[in-house]
Design a protein around this ligand. Structure first.
Ligand SMILES: *[C@@H]1O[C@H](CO)[C@@H](O)[C@H](O)[C@H]1NC(C)=O
Ligand SMILES: *[C@@H]1O[C@H](CO)[C@@H](O)[C@H](O)[C@H]1NC(C)=O
Length: 428
């Protein structure tokens, strides 16, 4: 791998500068060479999409210097073991596409999500000496042991699904491993925490819709992790109660430390664990200063404070790490880009976390949850797919698909059956 000499010097000095004794840093790097650090949220695909009118043409450059927080040399320098690359497109407030109060006006989100997946597939295909696709914990370990960065796929927001469980099932086949139940907007499935402050509720109880409840069951069945980052508190509570499988927050902080609706409040953290009435899960702590606080001034110690606060409630075996790199306009001191992961590992080691606990924080805890989610999916394998649709859809059944006045596309008996059905509808 090629590294500019200046970058190497920067890295060496910044490691030492931020995490106390350099022996903790040495210990961190050694650990990261033995066990993978998995970052559950990196928005690199959206940077690729934004840098070139033909996004695939930006991909070869990933193995040299690349704008933003992430490129292959910096990931290697930061000993990153694996990443969830994010399939995402902005909510309506950014794109200006208004789906209407019934969420029925078509948008480009489904196409854009397919294109983001295509970018991820091409990233992996173009850099096989560095990236290797993974979906399960076993596949993460085999990528790691082969010296590759395990590449998993997360999908951020149900506004991307075209209101369709059919689309969700196909994303599962394409390797999507987690689905965040909302981004910053409400969807036909679930209620969001909004873009920073609360937004007006549109669903009963500001929680899941009927279709959203079906979605959670379907995610359990197909083995996609239910991600509660970005969702309203009521959505979190309902999903925790409803999900048969463990839940995750792929990028969030502790609300008790910094009062932001994107962070998880203590009373919800108390629902996570293995006691009676609790659900297993993992909370992956984010690096984004406005969630971590104080901003400006957020640093690597502060991220460790969030991890320790959360661990104090759910246990050290239910926390992990998530940068949100390439999805934020500012970063934490000491965790400025993908070359800096060892600093957070060193920080926790300096606070007395053991190597074994750190293997969990780095990736083991999340992989245990992935295994449990896979076990639930295996147990549910004989269940039929949900036939639920968004009840406000007006295009089903497809009574116009037979063609115009001369009934172009339907056999006679189909036409008769549709007509009978239409009459029945009119009589109601
Ligand atoms: C992070 O900021 C706090 C508060 O300013 C400070 O006490 C601490 O030493 C800083 N940590 C590092 C690693 O710079
Ligand atoms: C980067 O990857 C391209 C292929 O996509 C390859 O041709 C090139 O040699 C690589 N450069 C480095 C510095 O590894």
């Amino acid at each position: 791998m090629h590294l500019a000499p200046l970058l190497v010097i920067q890295l060496l000095t910044s490691f030492g500068g931020c995490s106390g004794s350099s022996s903790f840093l040495d210990q961190a790097i050694e650990l990261m060479e033995e066990s993978p650090l998995l970052d559950t949220h990196i928005d690199l695909p959206q940077i690729i999409r934004s840098l070139n009118r033909r996004p695939l043409d930006a991909i070869p450059q990933l193995n040299s210097s690349f704008p933003g927080h992430v490129d292959i040399p910096r990931m290697r320098q930061g000993r990153l073991g694996g990443a969830f690359w994010t399939v995402w497109a902005p909510c309506y407030d950014v794109t200006g596409e208004d789906p209407g109060s019934d969420f029925n006006t078509p948008t480009n989100h489904l196409r854009d999500s397919m294109e983001m997946l295509d970018i991820i597939q091409n990233m992996i295909a173009r850099h096989p000496e560095h990236l290797q696709y993974a979906r399960s914990s076993t596949e993460v370990w085999s990528a790691f042991k082969a010296g590759k960065i395990a590449s998993l796929i997360g999908m951020e927001g149900t506004h991307l699904l075209g209101n369709s469980l059919g689309a969700l099932r196909l994303f599962a086949q394409l390797g999507v491993r987690y689905l965040t139940l909302t981004h910053t907007c409400h969807s036909a499935f679930a209620s969001s925490a909004g873009p920073g402050g609360p937004i007006d509720p549109v669903h009963e109880g500001n929680a899941l819709t009927q279709l959203g409840k079906e979605l959670v069951r379907e995610l359990n069945r197909v083995g996609i992790l239910v991600d509660l980052s970005h969702t309203s508190d009521a959505t979190m509570r309902q999903a925790i109660a409803l999900s048969e499988a463990p839940v995750v927050w792929t990028h969030a902080g502790a609300r008790a430390l910094w009062d932001h609706p994107r962070n998880v409040p203590d009373d919800i953290l108390r629902l996570i664990g293995d006691g009676p009435g609790k659900k297993d899960g993992v909370i992956q702590s984010i690096f984004f200063p406005p969630f971590i606080g104080p901003n400006p001034g957020a640093n690597v110690s502060r991220v460790a404070d969030h991890i320790e606060h959360i661990a104090g409630i759910v246990g050290k075996n239910r926390v992990g790490i998530a940068s949100d790199f390439d999805g934020m306009y500012i970063s934490v001191d000491g965790l400025e880009d993908a070359s800096k992961y060892p600093n957070i590992v060193a920080e926790l080691l300096s606070r007395g976390w053991t190597s074994e606990e750190m293997r969990g924080v780095m990736g083991g805890n999340l992989m245990r949850i992935m295994d449990e989610v896979d076990a639930v999916s295996e147990r549910l394998r004989d269940q039929l797919p949900s036939s639920a649709i968004w009840e406000k859809r007006k295009d089903l059944p497809s009574i116009k698909w037979g063609g115009g006045g001369i009934q172009t596309y339907w056999p006679r008996d189909v036409k008769d059956a549709v007509e009978k059905m239409t009459v029945r509808h009119d009589e109601l």
